[in-house]
Every structure is written in structure tokens, then in C-alpha cells.
Write a protein that binds this ligand. Structure first.
Ligand SMILES: Nc1ncnc2c1ncn2[C@@H]1O[C@H](COP(=O)(O)OP(=O)(O)O)[C@@H](O)[C@H]1O
Ligand SMILES: [Mg+2]
Length: 249
């Protein structure tokens, strides 16, 4: 984890290994606005919907995190300029395998909306470790409700599917996806949200991984659609304090 250096991945501060007990503990930066599952439950309790601005910000931040895990490259500038991403030469691809609202943490960002960071790498696998037999995928360790259709044979696009499910859960104020809506493949974020958001999320949720959008393409696609949406609708307002599970450092 200490190799991962990206604004949308939780910062690793250190590790403590107790040889006697065989236990290891990790120190991570504190994300003082809590996790996305809390945001969903707070909006659900007030019967209010999450503003689309936050959906796009989450989608954008998460697309950068997933692209980085695949390539070792921060795609921010390339995506803004509409350029494709190429992996670092010796980068070993990382799959998170357990993306869900509780593993997306929030902290104050540069604008009005919080920044999202990916956390909990307990199920993640590095492609070089899988290839050498040092690590293998264990489906039993991942949240079953967020399992892509291809499990127990994950692929490079499984994380993209789970990202689609997270945006769907935010839109529908659910802690776990609605399997009927996902199976029907129509409007995963509902008609309360823009057609462009629905269509991009559908591209992430394609049942066939080969037809699913690739993590290297995602930042460019999300950015261009977010710009179109933002030019017309972005409210540029901050979120209410009650929405977050505040955590003291
Ligand atoms: N660095 C952090 N900053 C703020 N909250 C955190 C942090 N790490 C974990 N949490 C909180 O604890 C919850 C569980 O942490 P997580 O690392 O996902 O462990 P696990 O799911 O294995 O129990 C998260 O959903 C979040 O609410
Ligand atoms: Mg977790």
C-alpha cells in the first residue's frame, strides 16, 4: 500500500508488525468526513436525494483512482485534454475487488464538495503476485452484494462494475444494489438524474466485461460528460453538515 500515491487513494502513514502475535496494524490518514455509506443513510433518513454534483464528483474522483490502480498514472491532466492513458512500463496492475460505499472515504476538497478516496485494500490483488502464485482471489472475502457477474473469475474491469454499483446506490439511497434494476440494465441512477449520468453508469455495469468501459478510458469519458452537465446545471454549493459522519483526527 505504501507504493500507492494518489489524491484519491487513502494515504498510508505506516505499519506496525508484532512478530510475536503475527499481527500487523496499518496507520492511515484520517478522512474526517467519514464514509459514503453514512452519507447515503443520512440522506435516506431525511428523504432527500443526493445532488447530482456530488454524484459526478464521486464518479470523477473514483475514475482517477481506478485508472491509477490499473496504470500507475494520474489521468487528471490527460483526461481534461481528452488524451488516452498509457500504463507506466513496470507497473503491476492492482484490483481493489471490494469497492462499496463503506470503502469510499471523504475529506475536505479544494472546492465546495468533498474529495473521495478509496480505502480498505484488504481484498486487493496485484497482477504480478497473482501471476507468480503468491496471491489468489478469494471471493468469500468480498461483499457479496457488490460481486460482479464474472466472479469468482475477476478481471481487469471488475472494479469498474463495482464503481457503477456505488453510483447506483448513491442515486437510489441504498446500502446494497437493487439487483432487479441492475439486471434490467435501464436507468441505474433513475430518471431523477441526467441521461448522461445514467448512460455512463450503464457502461460500467455492462454484464459482459469485454463490453464494459475500461478504467483507462473512464476518466476521459467522465470528465467530458461532467463538463457538459456542469456547464448547464452545476450548483457549486456545499453540502449540509448533517450529511457527514464527522470523525476527529
Ligand atoms: N482512514 C479513515 N478515516 C476515516 N474513517 C475511516 C478510515 N478508515 C476506516 N474508516 C471508517 O471505518 C469503516 C471500516 O473501515 P475499513 O477500512 O473499510 O475496514 P473493514 O471494512 O475491513 O472493517 C469505514 O467504512 C469508515 O467508516
Ligand atoms: Mg471496509
Amino acid at each position: 500500500m505504501n507504493q500507492l500515491k494518489h489524491d484519491n487513494i487513502v494515504h498510508f502513514a505506516g505499519a506496525d508488525i508484532d512478530v510475536g502475535s503475527g499481527r500487523a496494524s496499518l496507520s492511515l490518514e484520517v478522512c474526517c468526513l467519514g464514509a459514503m455509506d453514512t452519507v447515503i443513510s443520512r440522506y435516506y433518513a431525511r428523504n432527500l436525494r443526493i445532488i447530482e454534483d456530488l454524484m459526478w464528483k464521486t464518479f470523477w474522483n473514483m475514475s482517477l483512482a481506478l485508472c491509477y490502480l490499473q496504470t500507475g498514472v494520474d489521468a487528471r491532466i490527460s483526461a481534461v485534454n481528452g488524451r488516452s492513458i498509457h500504463s507506466l512500463p513496470n507497473w503491476s496492475r492492482i484490483q481493489h475487488h471490494d469497492l462499496k460505499p463503506g470503502n469510499i472515504l471523504l475529506k475536505p476538497g479544494t472546492g465546495m464538495l468533498p474529495r473521495c478516496v478509496v480505502a480498505d485494500f484488504g481484498c486487493s490483488l496485484k497482477s504480478s503476485d497473482v501471476a507468480s502464485g503468491r496471491a489468489f482471489f478469494r471471493v468469500s472475502r468480498c461483499a457479496a452484494a457488490f460481486a460482479p457477474l464474472e466472479y469468482p473469475q475477476p478481471c481487469d474491469r471488475s472494479d469498474v462494475y463495482q464503481l457503477g454499483l456505488i453510483i447506483h446506490c448513491m442515486a437510489r439511497l441504498r446500502q446494497t444494489p437493487n439487483s432487479i434494476i441492475i439486471r434490467l440494465q435501464s436507468r441505474p441512477t433513475s430518471s431523477k438524474y441526467s441521461a448522461s449520468l445514467n448512460s455512463l453508469v450503464s457502461m460500467c455495469l455492462h454484464p459482459n466485461p469485454m463490453s464494459r468501459v475500461d478504467a483507462r478510458e473512464l476518466p476521459r469519458l467522465v470528465h467530458s460528460q461532467m463538463q457538459l452537465y456542469g456547464a448547464r446545471h452545476m450548483r457549486r454549493s456545499s453540502l449540509p453538515d448533517w450529511a457527514f459522519g464527522k470523525i476527529k483526527p
